[in-house]
Design a protein around this ligand. Structure first.
Ligand code: ZN
Length: 210
């Protein structure tokens, strides 16, 4: 497989470092938790994902690893292992068409998944417009899947709860993994960030007012 140009990889790394710094400021990437990715090739699928085991508030544009559709590293000159969660990033990119997938350990997302393991139902909130839904008269469910260390298991669980957009109903571009964290995605990094920030806000509201 031919790899993307190094300038493209560095540019992706710079985008992800900036996002990771922002989310670290929110307390969503404590320790070395969470990982962020962007698609850098579609045919075949290649993602740049934040390297594992690094302090997420201090990433540089070099701190990304290239992975393929199976979540495994594809650059033979890069010995750094991708995050164990990279496989789910690649699956979400393939399944939804998103070009950016962000995963964080936001506390209120975990609390919400614990409180509503069958999915977090939200309605009549202005902020729902920020994830493409209506502020009135629509119940939007943020799905919850169980946690597992095997990303093929998690990918199958994703498929069970993910509802692709239809002409009438947009998708919900976010997912909670119980006792773990949340994912959000979008057509680019700005959209994924917006979906992550807004969904976390909505989950926080549900937890605070339950
Ligand atoms: Zn995680």
């Amino acid at each position: 497989m031919s790899l993307p140009a190094s300038e493209q990889i560095r540019a992706a790394g710079a985008v992800l470092a900036a996002e990771a710094s922002r989310f670290s400021g929110y307390g969503w990437m404590r320790g070395t938790s969470g990982n962020l990715s962007v698609v850098v090739g579609r045919d075949p699928l290649v993602l740049a994902v934040t390297a594992s085991g690094l302090e997420k508030s201090e990433l540089t544009d070099r701190d990304v690893v290239l992975i393929g559709a199976d979540g495994l590293g594809i650059d033979p000159t890069d010995a750094r292992p991708p995050s164990a969660e990279a496989g789910l990033h690649a699956h979400i990119a393939a399944r939804t068409g998103a070009n950016a997938i962000f995963h964080v350990h936001a506390f209120d997302a975990v609390v919400a998944g614990h409180r509503w393991p069958g999915g977090v139902a939200i309605r009549d909130m202005e902020m729902l417009k920020g994830i493409g839904h209506r502020a009135h008269d629509e119940t939007v469910v943020v799905p919850v899947i169980e946690n597992d260390q095997d990303m093929t298991v998690e990918a199958a669980r994703f498929d069970e709860v993910y509802a692709p957009a239809t002409a009438e109903v947009p998708e919900v571009p976010a997912l909670i993994v119980a006792n773990h964290g949340m994912y959000a995605w979008g057509e680019d990094a700005a959209a994924a960030r917006r979906h992550l920030e807004i969904t976390e806000w909505l989950l926080r509201f549900q937890v605070a007012t339950r």
